[in-house]
Ligand binder design. Structure first.
Ligand code: FAD
Length: 811
């Protein structure tokens, strides 16, 4: 066994084997995999091992396509062929028009990744799958590349290729402890000795938290028991003459695929069970949980109706094994928050289908710092401090119960709520608030007209449309108040704070006391990593000279990691998170100044407190820090208040606002208004696949300002010219918005992808942002948007169509 290597991958299931192989593919061959037993002795060995191409966003579709391509290549390797049935196809069934609309949107999205899904009617579903009934069926989505693979052969093939490239695999070598050294390198302690290394990777399946504990972290991953059975041969399958396609059924909560001449049928029962919550038996190796067919009886009844042949056929094997879930169903693949040189590839619930792609994206992150796709949807830092073991289990159960039921836009499922609240949450609830969830925070979406108001789950405009419109109009004409909780806020102190941020931002962000600026952070590839406001606060009785760095709520762990990773040891800079201590009340609208002046002493005139100013003050008697910034395009103030005083400030603002028509507004109104202003959302419009020039942010880039992170790479990208260009569109439709991922077409060719979209209520315009091929970025260009299978005209418009001179927010 080596005593020193570059990377130690812990765990020899599909996650570990794929990571090891892809590290060698990225050029790192001094790497090892350490497995406590034999390869695939965790979940992988008993997997149903279906491989599908379906995903709900482009990153998932892209990584699954990679799996399929890789597995095809491995299967065709004459030196070590493996069993992989592919191209049998698969159907996802639906019984509501809304599900069908969702499938049509996912088909539009996947088109941009070169993947063609077909939309089928019930008769065509039955023609392609001879065993299903069309009862309660509206149609389905056909994924032509679906198939299944031998999981053990797959892992052996990956390990073999990795070994051939120079990697080493140590079986029967349990990792017993991890030590991190001052220089951020690690020692991996095993039963057979220690291995020093630069980087560790946790790929430990259902033992993820045993290894997590060795480095002092708890991952939001829980295991569920999951069962399938195998049937005796079925004559109708033999008669069909070719392999029957895979089936995924959200109507009846099951899946199936062909196994020999019979079927493998797996179930997602409502009465489901977590597993291993109090620890996993060390001897649970190549093992299964006891069969428990009782639990699936309620599901089975409907499954029999969907596939009547099952009533007549015998079951010869039952498999019940642990499968890992995260809080949102997607795995955790990337850097472990708060740790250096530590990565994970965990929480895989479809690890055979996805594992090839996840290992690929993780290896790229480890070797190059970033992957070819933006990986936020699988980034471990998308969950933050609230995601403890109990919450994870609740969300895992909910996700398991809804396995094939995708989330609709604006859908926030109830389990584990409310996780993060402020003193105002119950007040807002009493005001009739409908809440959305942002990084665990309950944030007001809009104010409901009645307690029993529940809009439909749809990809079209829902019944809240007019409510949002009214909230927007009241902001524009009078004044509105919104609570924006969970906003990420890092206080930066120390004499080198400006120099530090200067290195992190690609533009010149103001250093003047009392002023606020907006800046963009790039990664080492010159692409957009983050966006932050910087408020320079002078010394006061509330603290020394300091900067408040503010960014999206979801970026809490991400941004802290990125900033701390770039601190120089000799720099006088301290970072402190204030995210959980303070909340923002946004006061926006033409009468915002009047309201503020009536409840906060001081001169708030445009001359004394112009746009982009920051000042400490009191709202009534509640201490507050006010910034003159706007995401709505109206005159607006962000009022930052310690949570202890939040209610007092709220009462003072409400009282002052009463005479001026002040009403509450929520996140959906904000989204509509920011679309009209050309303001971007982090991880929707601002992604690591594009640089700031491509993203339309040239005015925030100063290439002549000296060194900053990503500068050299950005210069290189600039010389190469843009691969895509970010532009706003006006969509010629009024029944539904576009959605992220939808394809923009020129004839048969996909030439752009929507990043975000919404109705602009002030303009009466259906708006979308998209990255398009640069030749289609000119204002006035008309493309066709594939909107749920229909082609709709989409015209490139000038940025910031609402108040393009920015007069209102500066007024
Ligand atoms: C019944 C069932 C059906 C499924 N069907 C499908 C399907 O059809 N398609 C699909 O894509 N997915 C399916 N899955 C899910 C899929 O099998 C898993 O996502 C995948 O196998 C997880 O692989 P892994 O490598 O993350 O974990 P594992 O396979 O559990 O591997 C983790 C490895 O880490 C090792 N390890 C743990 N601790 C240590 C330590 N301290 N030191 C060294 N090594 C350690 C373990 O021994 C183990 O080998 C199914 C799962 C179940 C249970």
């Amino acid at each position: 066994m080596k005593t020193r290597t570059k990377v130690v991958v812990i765990g020899g299931g599909i996650a570990g084997c794929s990571t090891l192989y892809h590290l060698t593919q990225e050029g790192w061959t001094d790497v090892v995999l350490v497995e406590r037993n034999e390869l695939t002795s965790g979940t992988t060995w008993h997997s149903a091992a279906q491989v599908t191409n379906f995903g709900m966003n482009q990153t998932m579709v892209g990584l699954k396509s990679h799996s399929i391509k890789l597995y095809q290549e491995l299967a065709a390797d004459p030196d070590y062929p493996i069993n992989y049935h592919h191209g049998d196809g698969g159907i996802r069934l639906a019984n509501t028009p809304e599900q069908m609309q969702g499938y049509r949107h996912f088909a539009s999205m996947a088109r941009g990744m070169g993947v063609d899904y077909e939309i089928l009617d019930p008769e065509e579903c039955a023609r392609r799958h001879p065993l299903i009934s069309t009862d309660r069926l509206l149609g389905g989505l056909w994924d032509g590349m679906d198939g299944d693979i031998d999981p053990a052969q797959l892992c052996q093939a990956l390990a073999r290729r990795a070994r051939n490239a120079g990697a080493e695999v140590y079986r029967n070598t349990p990792v017993t402890a991890l030590t991190q050294h001052k220089d951020d390198t690690w020692t991996v302690h095993t039963e057979h000795g220690d291995i020093d290394c630069d980087i560790v990777v946790n790929a430990c399946g259902y033992r993820v938290n045993e290894v997590g504990a060795m480095m002092g972290v708890h991952h939001p991953v829980a295991s569920m028991e999951h069962q399938y059975f195998l049937t005796e041969p079925i004559q109708a399958i033999t008669d069909f003459g070719k392999r029957v396609p895979l089936l995924r059924c959200p109507i009846d909560d099951f899946y199936s695929r062909q196994e020999k001449q019979g079927l493998l049928v797996g179930f997602y029962e409502q009465d489901c069970k977590t597993w291993g919550m109090d620890g996993v038996d060390p001897n649970f190796v190549n093992a299964l949980c006891p069969d428990d067919l009782e639990r699936i009886m309620p599901v089975l009844e409907n499954v029999f109706k969907r596939m009547p042949v099952l009533e007549e056929v015998g079951i010869h094997t039952v498999v019940n094994g642990p499968i890992t879930y995260t809080i949102d169903g997607a795995p955790l693949v990337g850097p472990i928050p708060g740790k250096r040189n530590a990565y994970c590839i965990i929480g895989l619930r479809a690890g055979l289908g996805e594992g090839g792609g996840h290992g690929w994206l993780l290896a790229q992150q480890i070797v190059h710092g970033e992957a070819c796709y933006d990986t936020w949807v699988i980034d471990p830092r998308r969950f933050t401090g609230h995601t403890n073991v109990e919450l994870t289990a609740l969300k895992a159960i909910e996700d398991y119960q809804n396995e094939f039921r995708f989330h609709f836009p604006h859908e926030h499922r109830p389990a584990g709520r409310p996780a993060k609240t402020t003193p105002l949450t119950p007040i807002m609830a009493a005001e009739g608030a409908e809440f959305t969830v942002v990084n665990g925070w309950e944030r007001v979406d809009y104010i409901k007209p009645a307690p029993d108001f529940h809009p439909s789950l749809t990809f079209g405009f829902d019944e809240a449309f007019d409510i949002i419109g009214a909230e927007v109009r009241n902001v524009a004409e009078n004044v509105g108040l919104a609570e924006v909780n969970g906003f990420n806020r890092i206080e930066i102190t120390g004499t080198d704070r400006h120099a530090f941020l200067d290195r992190m931002f690609c533009g010149n962000v103001t250093k003047r006391d009392g002023r606020v600026g907006l800046g963009y952070l790039l990664n080492h590839h010159g692409c957009v990593k983050g966006e932050a406001t910087v408020a320079n606060l002078p010394a006061s009785d509330r603290g020394p000279e300091r900067i408040w760095y503010g960014s999206a709520a979801a970026s809490e762990f991400h941004d802290m990691d990125w900033l701390t990773a770039h601190l120089n040891p000799d720099e006088d800079v301290q970072l402190r998170s204030l995210t959980n201590d303070q909340t923002i009340l946004v006061l926006a609208g033409s009468k915002a100044r009047t309201v503020l002046s009536e409840c906060a002493r001081g001169d708030w005139s445009a001359a004394a407190f112009p746009w982009l100013s920051v000042r400490e003050c009191f709202i009534g008697f509640a201490p507050a820090t006010v910034m003159g910034v706007s995401f709505s395009g109206e005159l607006a103030y962000e009022i930052h208040i310690p949570n202890a005083s939040l209610y007092a400030a709220y009462l003072a603002l409400r009282e002052a606002g009463n005479a001026h028509g002040m009403k509450l507004f929520g996140a959906r109104a904000v989204d509509s208004m920011r679309m009209e202003k050309g303001f971007l959302h982090w991880k929707a419009d601002l992604i690591t696949e594009f640089d700031p020039l491509e993203t339309g942010l040239s005015r925030f880039v100063k290439l002549d300002k000296g060194e900053f992170v990503g500068k050299d790479a950005l210069l290189q990208r600039q010389a190469n010219g843009p691969s895509k260009q970010f532009v706003p569109f006006k969509i010629d439709a009024s029944h539904a918005p576009a959605h992220a991922g939808a394809s923009l077409m020129q004839g048969e060719k996909v030439v752009g992808t929507v990043t975000s979209a919404d109705w602009g209520h002030r303009l009466g315009m259906n708006l979308a942002y998209a990255f398009v091929d640069p030749q289609f970025a000119r204002v006035g260009t008309i493309l066709q948007l594939d909107m749920y299978g229909e082609l709709v005209a989409a015209e490139v418009i000038a940025p910031s169509p609402y108040d393009p001179e920015f007069n209102r927010m500066r007024s």
